[in-house]
Every structure is written in structure tokens, then in C-alpha cells.
Design a protein around this ligand. Sequence first.
Ligand SMILES: Nc1ncnc2c1ncn2[C@@H]1O[C@H](COP(=O)(O)OP(=O)(O)OP(=O)(O)O)[C@@H](O)[C@H]1O
Ligand SMILES: [Mg+2]
Length: 366
Amino acid sequence: MECNKIKIRNFRNIEEAEIEFDGGVNILVGDNAQGKTNLLEAISFTALGKSFRTSHEEELIRFGAEFAEVSLDFTDSVRRQNITVRMMPGHRRRIEQNKVKVGRLSDIVGAFRTVLFCPEHLSLIKEGPGERRNYLDIALSQLYPVYLKSLQRYNQILKNRNKLIRNAEDDRRTFNETVEFWSSQLAAEAAVIARYRVQYLDRASEHIKACFAEMTGDREVPKAVYAGSSHGEPESYLDVNATEKIYFDLLMKNHDREIGAGTTLWGIHKDDIEITVNDRSARAFASQGQQRSLALAMKLAEGEVCAAITGERPVFLFDDVFSELDSTRRAYLSGKIKDRQVIITTCEPSGIAGGKLIQVQNGRYF
Ligand SMILES: Nc1ncnc2c1ncn2[C@@H]1O[C@H](COP(=O)(O)OP(=O)(O)OP(=O)(O)O)[C@@H](O)[C@H]1O
Ligand SMILES: [Mg+2]
């Protein structure tokens, strides 16, 4: 997978730009607030169908402009392709893949695959479970369109079920009549999603272990396993029917607790990844340095799993991560990215090996 060229109109502080990328390391250099992350955001937008910084599309349109447009040329193992997205306030966005209109942004997810790595990801271990679920959802959505569809349905059903719970005190009758319906729908999607997540972590774990060992020379062994809110062993989630039943039972047997809490208490929106080193919780016991190495290993593993499943390497997008790493991890990361395409942003390019330098100044690139 290679990102060849991007054309941008009115995206964030970028009024107009056309940038060609090298197939290897690309380094975007510039002072703060010049538009480095904005460019990564534009690239990532065409991969994920959404921004990694905001869920408010209007924020992406340059202040005062009437529309924003991002057009990305990339090459996969088969051919050169193009994705173009145009956004206008108050209108549905217009999306085209290879000049053919596409209905929804989620339909293009998975065509151009990236692994995004920002400084916040370095706290993947110590942050709350939401960040770790996001790690899984972004990786899996790019690999399996059915995963993304399931997740979207799940979130919609969850919204409806939560609304039902919130209204339960005033309208117990509607609750009693429909809770089984929403619970069974939710459990069915949850079981599918949980199985994908378990299988993914199973594959990723091997790479996490290898990267961690290479990076730290530690003999301690990390592991990342799925920690589902139904409390089954990870392998038990491979049986979709059994998992569905477990989630369904939880959703049908604890209504008073859920009404008290005002929300759905079980399901994949509550699940987590349990990361351990030598079988002890990394969150509680690993050193800060180990936690950062683990997070870095998880991101590199994301690239490896993607390459193994799709047969081609994703494009790495590194936002300002080198400045956050010590010299050992920097050197390790530089070695790891040598023979693949990566687009890096930084204020300070020294210490990053080779590649094409792109200067960034006030939304311009040269
Ligand atoms: N919708 C928008 N229209 C115009 N400018 C915007 C918009 N959204 C953000 N900006 C501007 O973009 C700039 C930030 O750009 P960006 O986040 O890419 O900076 P950066 O080069 O990555 O800086 P840093 O090194 O600090 O991370 C800010 O000055 C901000 O005001
Ligand atoms: Mg930035």
C-alpha cells in the first residue's frame, strides 16, 4: 500500500495544496501550528472515513470557506486508486472512489489502510479501556468491512437500548415490552464483534511479544488478551452462539441495576484488553518505560497483523512521536520503518533517518 499524492482544498488551515510522497520515509518538518498534523489528519480521513481528532465535520472546513475537499491517490497491490471526499456545511458529503460515487464514508474504509501513531497512543496501557477498544476498532474496521458494519449497528442498538433504560421509570410498560428485543439484537452483534477482537489479539500478541523483546532486550514476556465484560476466557468468545447467549442473559437478568445506573452495563462497549508482563497487569506493575515500549509494540503489531491479513503493508502515519521517545526506542523505530512507507511529522528532524523532507509553513508544503 502506498500513498502517492494528495490534493487538498480548504481543509483546516490548508487553503490549497498538492503533495507527492516518496515510497519510503517522508518527514514533514515545521514549527508548531503550521499544518503538520492537519495534513496527517487529511490523509487519515480518507482511510478511516472520519477524523482522528474530531467528530464534528464542520471543524475540518477552513474558517470562512464554503467547502473542503481531499483527494488522495494511492496504490495497492493491484492498481492505482483515488478517493475524493468533499464536505459542505449543511450538506451530505460527496464521496467518490475512482470517480464513482459512494454512498457512505464507511463504504471506503479498508480501501486505503493506515496505522496512525500519535503521542496519546503512548499511554495506551495506562489510559482507560476506551482507548484500547478504539485501538481494536480502528484496526479491525480497516481489515473487515463486516466488522465496521456490525459495530455501527451495535452502537445504534445500544443508543436505543440506553434510551429505553433512561425512560424506564416513567414508562415501565414500554421497557418490559421491548427490552428483550433490543437485548437480543445487541447480544447478537456483541458476539460477532467480540470474536473478531479475540482473534485479532491472538495474532497481535505474537508480534507484540517479538517487538517488545527486540526493543527492550527484556526477558519479561508481555501478553495482550481480550477481557470481555461477560468474564469468559478469551477462547470462549470464539463460539459466537455461546457468547451471544451469555451477553443476552446478562442483559436480561440485571434490569434493576441497569435502570439504577441509567445505562447498559454489559457488552462490547465495556470490554477491554488485558495487557500483562510476566502475567502481571502492565497497568499496575510495569514501569513507565515498559508501558511506552508496550504501546509502541502494539502499534507496530497493528502494522504486522494488517500486512499478514491483507498481504500488503499499511502506510504508517506518525504524528510527533519521535520527540516523545528516548534514543533507544527512537533507534528501534527508525530501524523498523526503514523499508516501508511512513509519513512523519516533527518540529525537529534530526535523529530521523533519511527520507524525503517536506517543509510545512502556514498550511503550505514545499
Ligand atoms: N478549520 C480550520 N480552519 C483554519 N485553520 C484551522 C482550522 N482548524 C485548525 N486550524 C489551525 O491549524 C493550526 C494547527 O495545525 P496543526 O495541528 O496541523 O499544527 P502542527 O503543525 O501539527 O503543530 P504542532 O507542532 O504544534 O503539533 C492551528 O493554528 C489552527 O488554528
Ligand atoms: Mg501537530
